[in-house]
Design a protein around this ligand. Sequence first.
Ligand code: ATP
Ligand code: MG
Length: 572
Amino acid sequence: MSERSTTPDSDSPATNFVRELVEADVKAGKARGRVGTRFPPEPNGYLHIGHAKSICLNFGLAQKFGGTCNLRLDDTNPLAESEEYVRSIIEDVHWLGFDFGERLYFASDYFLQIYEWAEQLVRQGKAYVDDRGLEEIRSSRGNFYAVGQESPYRSRSIEENLDLLKRMRAGEFGDGERVLRAKIDMSSANQNMRDPVMYRIRHATHHRTGDTWCLYPMYDWAHGLCDAIENITHSVCTLEFEDHRPLYDWFLLTLGIEGDKKPQQIEFARLNLTYTVLSKRRLQQLVEEKLVSSWDDPRMPTLAGMRRRGFTPESIRKFCDQIGVSKREGTVEVQLLEFIQREDLNQRCRRAMGVLRPLKVTIENWPSDRTEYVELLNHPEYPERGTRRVPFSGTLFVEQDDFREVAPPKWYRLTPGQEVRLRGACLVTCKSVRKDADGKVVELRCEYDPNSWGGQAPDGRRVKGTLHWVSAAHAVDAEVRLYDRLFSTEYPMAGPEGTNWRNAVNQNSLEICPDAKLEASLASAPVLDRLQLERLGYFCVDRETTPERVVLNRTLELKDAWAKLEKKLGCP
Ligand code: ATP
Ligand code: MG
């Protein structure tokens, strides 16, 4: 990856309730005013835009209060995790503009300490080995209406529990044969407190610890301990963990981790976006079922996909700032993200010309060996960003869409007999067309007005249409990929438990223009370079670019085509 974004504002404008809570703690002198946060992804997939919200919040808190924010890989489940995911997470956090310096940690580095704490709980009589399978344990846990049933193994002696736990660790038992459970309260109104499982047996090779362990800790057991080990003061997570907070606190307090040493869990509402699913499990299904090409497919809401599509880290951070942080679940319209993105790209992108679906134009009165250069501004609002020289010749490509043999009313583009402006160059009139055997128009024969060089009519006659073009002899071959939303409904997860979300996948979300032509200046554009193709939108150079062929992804159209369409259809 060649790009590193600018540093985020240490003082993002919007405050929020989490910030206020932390501020109150700092003022009250909790942990002597120190603030330590962490972003704790499980490396079981790529980060998505929802994670960006959490990253901005956690790193933002550390910046605001002069504290620290750790990147912690929560790698407690070897079956789902991999080094590839670890690498992608590190890359994406950096790309988003956050620097965790040396503060890169792995939950697996604490496995021994976590295990020793488990023995401690056993010795305190606060944990026991249950010989039943997970299924049986689950079914005896009761539900909202019924209290749970105590396990027949609950009253084992401390010695027996300790012996069994050690043998579990030593690998004496098979997967699922035994678990370690906390001994709390099977009749608690909070089901998380009904003797939750702490350890399960899994004879699986871990991507970092190899075969050292066959016991792997459950999230609830490990998470608060990792926080405590790293001296986290505020453990910020999403709302679904609210009911787990009593358990988070119980583990820490029972182990004697209290006062300033005990991290405080604070929950906020996760980000949901329209026309999108944000769940690593579902995104993984999209990849596995080949509904997209990869985790970084430009249609994916992953940070890797958005980067490849051409989104900027600055605009993603700005989006996270604008949506704010609250305690109430809601869904943000994806148009807001796109609006912020467009504003950013409009400012930063240089302009260029390219033709997606080329139609050959021959200018009959142009000397066949003559090439002229048109000097065009790289950015209309910033002349200081310079100009470039774009070659013009007697054989050009224009957009097929810019020609109609029979023109509809108010058609200002190419049609036989109508004069148009070729951007920055001259005025041309289509005199005749050539067709192939199937009757398809394959070439326009045009004449140019030699007195219109520069694009202005000498007599001031009005020419309404201005078209983009590329000189054939100088053109760079390109494949251009146009994207539509990955889902065709606003709430793909609507319906009972989102059962039908895959039906909401938009079958036409990718359109490839294999024969596109770009102006010569784009011949050596580097991967991830962003630009605006005039009239066509914002684009980003794809990593599949080769010396023979540039591959461009369209980030967004210039205007919100959806808003226009919805208006036309009379949608509110
Ligand atoms: P997913 O449901 O996509 O798998 P997760 O919560 O299982 O997400 P983790 O790797 O555990 O993924 O998430 C790391 C952190 O990011 C957690 O603190 C989690 O709360 C936060 N996070 C995950 N999804 C979102 C979201 N949509 N909005 C805000 N924060 C999120
Ligand atoms: Mg999770």
